[in-house]
Ligand binder design. Structure first.
Ligand code: PMP
Length: 290
């Protein structure tokens, strides 16, 4: 078993070390951000929502007309083997399928074989205190990609849209930023989905607002239903977010994180609200297999 700090890396059928894990400079994932990826969590040695992540990966690939050169079942087995080899019980899997090496033009037909990469490494998480006291976020001036441009439902390697918004968050000294769609409605954050609570009802933008359909988001929606907590998909404007009783974000890395300040406005009473706490608690229980 290798030490915990060393990632386990698999590229097109072979295990590599961090030093030898390289891809071609002609790979269109590198040259053009042409490819798709997933970020998956491992809890107690179990690949969390493996099937949902793999389905989203294959759907993203289909949408950009890329054929992953192995079946979903085969790739699932590779994930399991990588997790086992890593020896880490709680980790993060980065699954990448790039268009593969081609020539210097953008034509994907010149890249006949997509490159499949699995990395199992430590998870980067928000500091523990934001889960206790809540997180401050801002609204970014960067518009979320239009669905007919670079569709947010495709988890593509082209993340510049999100990176630009994250830079604004960094400049403002916060961890996340709300991204509005081209209509000016709330879409999502740079790497997390957003939910608000109003008069006991959870509300979140629907997929037509230009969001990534987060796996965590879907799990939260199912858990809310199971626990009879009202939840609707709804068009939200900045005003709705500012006047919400509670706001929380969801994501594979973030899990469920309370938001208590947005653009200088205090959300609710400025502390994580009861519904956020309840959702966070049932989510953690579910994720950790409780
Ligand atoms: N939106 C964006 C833009 C993301 O990159 C992510 C993933 N980090 C999410 C939402 C949350 O998705 P998931 O719950 O599947 O991690």
């Amino acid at each position: 078993m290798q030490p915990e700090t060393e990632p386990t890396i698999w590229i097109d059928g072979e295990f590599r070390t961090k030093e030898t894990a390289t891809v071609s400079v002609y790979d269109h994932g590198f040259l053009y951000g042409d490819g798709v990826f997933e970020g998956i969590r491992v809890y107690s040695g179990r690949v969390f929502e493996s099937h949902a992540h793999l389905v989203r990966l294959y759907e993203s690939a289909k949408s950009i007309r890329m054929t992953i050169p192995m079946s979903l079942a085969e790739l699932s087995d590779v994930l399991e083997a990588c997790v086992k080899k890593s020896g880490m019980t709680d980790s993060y899997i980065r699954l990448v399928v790039s268009r593969g090496p081609g020539d210097l033009g953008i034509d994907p037909r010149k890249s006949p074989r997509p490159c499949v990469i699995v990395i199992v490494d430590k998870i980067n998480v928000y500091p523990a205190e934001v889960y206790q006291t809540g997180m401050a976020i801002i609204t970014s001036s960067v518009t979320r990609n239009h669905s007919n441009a670079c569709p947010p439902r495709v988890k593509s390697l082209n993340y510049l849209n999100n990176v630009l918004a994250k830079i604004e968050a960094n400049d403002a000294g916060v961890y996340e930023a709300i991204m509005l769609n081209s209509q000016g409605n709330v879409a999502e954050c740079t790497a997390d989905n957003i939910f608000i609570v109003r008069s006991g009802e959870i509300q979140t933008p629907g997929t037509s607002e230009g969001i990534l359909e987060g796996v965590t988001r879907r799990v939260v929606m199912e858990l809310a239903k199971q626990h009879s907590i009202p939840l609707v998909e709804k068009v939200l404007q900045r005003h709705d977010v500012y006047i919400a009783d509670e706001v929380f974000l969801t994501g594979t890395g973030a899990e469920v994180v309370p938001v208590t300040k947005i653009d200088g406005r205090v959300i609710g009473d400025g502390t994580p609200g009861p519904i956020t706490k309840k959702i966070a608690q049932i989510y953690m229980k579910f994720a950790r297999g409780g």
